[in-house]
Structure formats: C-alpha cells, structure tokens
Design a protein around this ligand. Structure first.
Ligand code: BGC
Length: 735
C-alpha cells in the first residue's frame, strides 16, 4: 500500500509515549462537552487536551462535529505536534447526524437492505462533511431479550436479517469508492460480542452461552461486517462465559483476526478496558491496560489507561514493542486509508457542510424510511386508512402533539426545529384539519391531572380515535432495561377509558422494543407499530394512516403474549415436548400456565391494506442434491380490495441433526407487489450451504436428511412442504 513506508518511518521515529498516544481516544472537549473535566488528568478541559494533542498523546477524539472547529483542532495535530500525525475524529452516528432517520430497529422492520444502505449513505455524507471520519455504528448485537434496552439500536432478533443489515450499513457508511472518498466514513461494528445476551436483559450483565449460540447467533453479524469491509470493531462491556469481552483474546484476536482476517483496529467501549477491574478480572489500571491490550483492544476509549500504562508495560517487558507497533500500525493504516495523510483537513469545508447537512434529499429519505418502517398488526373492520375528509378524528395520548419522542435514542446533532409531531403530520394530510382534536390524556409514565376526562370528552366528540401511546425515547437505549415490557400503567388506564367510550380506536404504538400488550391496547380493533421514526415521524405516520402509502413493514422482533416469556425469539428449538399452540391448556408440555410460548404477533408479521393469500408450496422435486439446488415457489394472490406489498418469507427446519435445531429459521425473503385480484409466483432457490449449523466441533456443517420448508407471511404461519437433502453422511465445509 502507498503509505506503508511512511507509516513504518513514523513508527520508527515515534517515542513510546507517542505510540501510546495514537492509541488514546478521548471525548472531544472542543465540539462536545458531555462530561465534567476529569480532575486527575484534566481531560475534558480544552486547554489540557490541546496540550496533549501537541505532545502527540491523543490519537483520536470522539463525539465532536463541525467543519470549522474540526479544522482548528486538526491544525494543532498536523502543525504543532512533533510528528504531525492527523487526528481521527469519531462520533456515534447511529441513525443520522443532523437528518434523523428511523431508529435501526424500526428500519429493520422495512426488511429492505437497500433502504438501510441508503440511510447509512446519507448519514455518512453528513458526517463526513462535518469533519468526522468514523462512526460508532452499526450496532450488530442480535436482539434476544426485549427487556434489554439497546435492541432499539440493532437489527432485531433474526440472524440472517442482522447479517444483511450489518452488510448494508457498513457498505452504506463506507461507500463504494474507498474510505478516502469525500463521502465515506469508517464503520465500527459493535459491540463484540454477546452484549445483547445480557442475562435477564439487564444492561452490562454477564452472559453465559454455548459455543453454538455464540458462533451461530451472536458472531455472524460481526463476521458479515468484517466481510463487508468494516475496518473498526468495538469491544463490548459484558463478560462472555467468564471472560470480559474487552479482555477476551479468543474473541478479539483468535476469531476476529485469526479466523476472519480482520485488518483494522479494535476500540474499547467507553472505559470497558478499565471495567476489567470491576469485573474482577484485572487488579488495577495497569493490569487492566495490559490484559485488554494483549487481548487485542488496540485503542482505549476515554479511560486514558493506555496513555498512562503502556509505556511502562513496554519498558518492563510485560508488553512487547512489537505488539505496541502492531496496534499503532493498525491505527495509522486506517488513518491512511481514510486519506488523512493526504488531506488531514478532509471534511472541513463549511460550504459543503452547509449544503449537505439536513439537505432536502435527506429529509425526504427520512420520511420514506419512516413510512416503510411502520408495521400494521391489526385492522378489524378496515378502520384504516383514515379518511382525509368527513371524519372527525381525536388524536389522543402523550405522543399526540409531542416532538421530544420522535427521534428516539442516540441523537446528539439532530435539528430540533425539523421534528414533525403526529399532530402536524395529521393536519398536513387532512383536507379539513378542523376535524382533528388533540388530547394528551396522560404523560408517558405518570398520570396527567384531568387528562383522562379531557381525553374521553375528545373521543366522544369524534368518529374515530387514534391513540398514540407507548414508550418515550428515554425508555429504550443504553441502560434502559425494563422488567415488564408493557405500556406504562397511566397510559394503559387511558386506553381502558377510551375503549369504554365505544368509539373505534386505532392504537398507534411508539416503542423501542417489542411490547407485551394487554387489555384495551391488545383488544383495540386496529393496531399499528410506529417505533421512533425520526424527524419526519408525523408525516411518515400520516402517509400510511391516511392511505397515501400502504403499510409494508414487518416485525423484526416477536411481540410476546407476556413479559415473562423473555428471552424470546421465534427461532427457538422444538424441545422434547413441544406444545400445541392451538390448545388453550395442555399439561406436561413446554409452555407456561398462563400462555402458550408463542408470540402474539410473530416475527415477520405485518398486514397491508390488501390481503395476501398463499397457495401451496411448489417444488420441482422433493430432493435437494448435495451439489445442486432446489427451487421452492408459491403463488400469492391479493384477495383484498387494495394493493398488497407482501413479504414472502422462507423458513426451514432441519428435522434430524446431530445438535437440536430451531423449529424454524429464516433463510430468505422476497417482496412482491400485488394489485387487487393479482396473483404472482414467488420463487426461491435453496442451496445445501444454506442449511447448515455450528456443530459440536464448533464448525459450520451441513447434514443431509429431511427438512421442512415454509413459504410464509410470518414465522408462525404459511404453507409447508418437506424435502430431503441427499448427500454424504456428514460434511463440514471447513468454515
Ligand atoms: C456505548 C457505545 C458508544 C460509546 C461512545 C458507550 O456507552 O456503549 O455504543 O459508542 O458509549 O459514545
């Protein structure tokens, strides 16, 4: 590579302190001031950090944005430091920088990898133009327990969907023209690994899992990210089977580099290397720095431990100079790939920043992504779409006129003035906005004095109620674990009171996770999941509710009957005593007293304003040859009166295997648009390589035998058939 000699010359010229400095990542105190100044070392204080940059003791800064100030900070590094090595600027651009897109979980509901690519691309364009070179995204932790608050940042509960979204998002952030392209930002797949497997869904908690689960569920999206070119990986807070992820050599070196060939750098999560002490894995800061560094964490976020201890650790011989050089080389190589040695001031053109940040094109994309993320769960009596005229609508609930909860978590630099409330969206869509009445009825987690009475009065004066209830933005995200994944009690009370009026009710859920619905919410004739759709939320919701665009989203997470079913995902194993979900009660089978262990609304579920009807599964043969493929097809007919955008999903079940297998596993999906009365044949091609699993030998293997296949509208329905994979008794493909 072009810069190799330069990088080697720099490494040869660097002092040990300067080397440690390249591995030191601090919060940006110039453009972002989230925390107090650290009294011990003065970080957080702009003057102190300027001195550190000058001394070559900082390699990267994070969560500051802005072209003008970025230029000034970079100037200190490239003009006033001895070796003039440019700084790397990073930021948590999770679902948009200024233009806020739907939260990643919402976008997963679109089941549209192209859309994920486009929003990541748009976010990258804004980020790169704001003097930021790296984003701490995508989060690729697979959602297995809805109590865990950070599912909102990821791609839902299914492994295949996560793999596809991880790939799309990494490519979207990094672009197709090389990292030195003006519009590219370095992606950082996080948090490796097992972070979402926190026991009980409590954030930061311990994880304990089999090798099959680690390699079969939690690692694949990281592998997909590496394959897609992600040159940075963030290590996780949690421990995995007793070894903290940020001190886990097997994960961060043996698997990531040895097996997958990763060539970028690993960054710790916020002080996660320091937390090896609290984990009871390291004795003190020095020990923590040594363990994390030797495990493969190249860059230390915020703690300052590398700066403080690596020089001494190298001098004492506990850490080799070769390991230090290796980590520095990785960081410098990524800086070179980003073009920072050619143009350290990339992204500091204020005119360009102004032109692309919050551009009309990006705002339109946010609205498009918003409406494609909406999931219709129920529409009894065709309450939806709403009528634009001649219908008195009461928009009730804490989110009726709210703008504080449209973005969702992880938004630092959005433009507050662009947030569109439901009320604004409804008014813009209605021919006669005077027919809209608004009543909050309740606050999100506390009752509102007189709220229910006013809301009931509003409902009584209307023809239809849209009840906008659910979680606030603060209720999901980091450290927002919940014991009960329910609509908060004051809002549930509001829903009961509104239902008692007898008016038709459309429940419009706002949520950052799957919810367990009950009472009047569960029983409402119409139910819509609207997550946090980003800045254009009001318009996106109105687009769908008033029928300008039909709903097309599908649940990327199962909505259980009860909170107590967590952890829950559709791809559970059958057990030796599978329950019959059709039976109300059944003894001595795998279920709860109160409910079958199925979903109320399954993974993949979502209605349209049309009605897709599935035919029988068609297969050319009932055998899939070992070296061949099998076409599996179905005819889907729209028997409804409006267009149906159907997402046909292909699931399989390996009937007999050397390790027990999920009852169903998603292998493919295709979208098809059907006019009323129209039929289309939807065909998939299955290859043997899609049918494997991680075996007892920890390697991917495909075993011949009988398989069930479903072509289905969701994980609990569809048409099914059986085929046999014919081949050698047991084969590993060496993965
Ligand atoms: C989060 C990361 C994030 C980092 C930097 C941590 O608390 O876990 O996802 O990238 O902070 O803001």
């Amino acid at each position: 590579m072009r810069h190799r000699e330069r990088i080697e010359a720099l490494i040869a010229a660097m002092t040990i302190e300067e080397k440690a400095g390249q591995l030191n990542l601090l919060a940006d105190p110039f453009r972002w001031l989230p925390m107090a100044v650290n009294p011990l070392d003065g970080t957080g204080d702009p003057a102190r950090v300027t001195t550190l940059i000058r001394e070559g003791k900082v390699g990267s800064l994070f969560n500051g944005i802005g072209a003008k100030a970025g230029r000034e900070i970079q100037r200190v590094a490239v003009e006033e430091s001895r070796l003039k090595i440019p700084l790397l600027f990073a930021a948590d651009v999770v679902h948009g920088l200024s233009t806020i897109f739907p939260v990643p979980l919402a976008e997963a509901a679109a089941f549209d990898v192209e859309l994920a690519y486009r929003t990541a691309r748009a976010a990258a364009v804004e980020t790169a133009a704001s003097a930021v070179h790296q984003t701490y995204a995508p989060m690729v932790d697979v959602a297995r327990d809805q109590r865990w608050g950070r599912n909102v940042e990821g791609g839902g509960e299914d492994v295949l969907l996560n793999n596809l979204l991880a790939t799309a998002r990494v490519r979207g952030f990094q672009g197709d023209k090389g990292l030195d392209d003006r519009d590219a930002v370095l992606a950082t797949a996080k948090h490796m690994a097992g972070y979402s497997a926190a026991i009980g869904g409590v954030d930061y908690n311990t994880t304990d899992m089999s090798e099959q689960t680690l390699r079969g569920v939690f690692l694949p999206p990281f592998k997909a990210s590496v394959d897609a070119g992600s040159l940075s990986i963030m290590s996780a807070f949690n421990d995995v089977n007793g070894i903290p992820a940020s001190g886990n050599r097997r994960l961060l070196t043996d698997i990531l580099r040895g097996e997958w060939g990763f060539e970028g750098f690993v960054v710790s999560d916020y002080t996660s290397e320091q937390e090896l002490i609290a984990h009871g894995f390291a004795e003190d800061g020095r020990d923590a720095a040594r363990l994390a560094f030797q495990a493969g964490v190249d860059v230390s976020m915020v703690s300052g431990l590398y700066m403080e201890h690596l020089p001494g650790l190298v001098q004492s011989g506990e850490v080799s100079m070769a390991r230090l050089d290796e980590a520095v080389r990785r960081v410098l190589t990524v800086k070179a790939a980003l073009g920072l040695f050619d143009d350290p001031y990339r992204g500091t053109d204020e005119r360009r920043e102004k032109a692309v940040v919050g551009s009309r094109e990006h705002i339109a994309l946010s609205r498009e992504a918003g409406r494609k993320s909406i999931v219709l769960l129920k529409n009894d009596g065709d309450l939806l779409p709403l009528k634009k005229s001649g219908q008195r609508i009461a928009l009730i609930g804490p989110f009726a006129d709210d703008v504080d909860n449209v973005w969702g978590p992880w938004t630092i630099w959005g433009a507050p003035e662009r947030r569109v409330s439901l009320e604004t969206g409804f008014r813009a869509a209605m021919a006669d906005p005077a027919l809209l009445t608004i009543a909050r009825g309740s606050d999100v987690e506390t009752p509102l004095a007189g709220g229910i009475e006013a809301a009931v009065a509003a409902a009584q004066g209307a023809d239809i109620v849209v009840l906008a209830i659910g979680e606030s933005a603060r209720m999901s995200g980091e450290a927002q674990s919940r014991t009960e994944i329910v609509v908060p009690a004051p809002q549930q009370a509001l829903a009961e009171a509104i239902a008692a009026t007898g008016k038709p009710v459309v429940v419009l859920l706002r949520n950052g996770r799957a919810l367990a619905l009950s009472g009047a919410v569960r029983n409402a004739p119409a139910l819509v999941v609207s997550w946090f759709l980003g800045e254009q939320m009001g318009h996106a919701v109105a687009d769908v509710l008033f029928g300008d665009h039909g709903p097309t989203g599908r649940l990327p997470v199962s909505f259980p009957h009860r909170s107590g079913q967590q952890p829950y995902s559709y791809d559970r194993k059958t057990t030796g005593r599978p329950a019959d979900p059709a039976l109300e009660t059944q003894e001595y089978v795998s279920r709860y007293r109160e409910t079958p262990n199925t979903a109320l609304y399954a993974f993949g579920y979502g209605l349209t304003y049309g009605q897709a009807t599935y035919g029988e599964v068609e297969m050319a043969s009932a055998e899939l040859p070992w070296a061949g493929h099998l076409e599996v097809a179905i005819t889907v007919t729209n028997t409804g009166a409006r267009t149906a955008e159907e997402l046909v999903q292909l699931y399989i079940h390996d009937r007999v295997a050397s390790l027990t297998q999920p009852g169903r596993l998603l292998k493919d999906f295709k979208r098809v648009s059907l006019r009323p009365g129209e039929s289309k044949r939807v065909a998939f091609t299955l290859h043997p390589s899609q049918l494997g699993f991680i075996g007892a030998d920890e390697r991917y293997r495909v075993e011949p035998g009988l398989f069930d296949v479903w072509l289905a509208p969701h994980a609990q329905g569809g048409s099914t058939a059986t085929f046999r994979l014919v081949g050698p008794p047991s084969v590993s493909d060496g993965r």
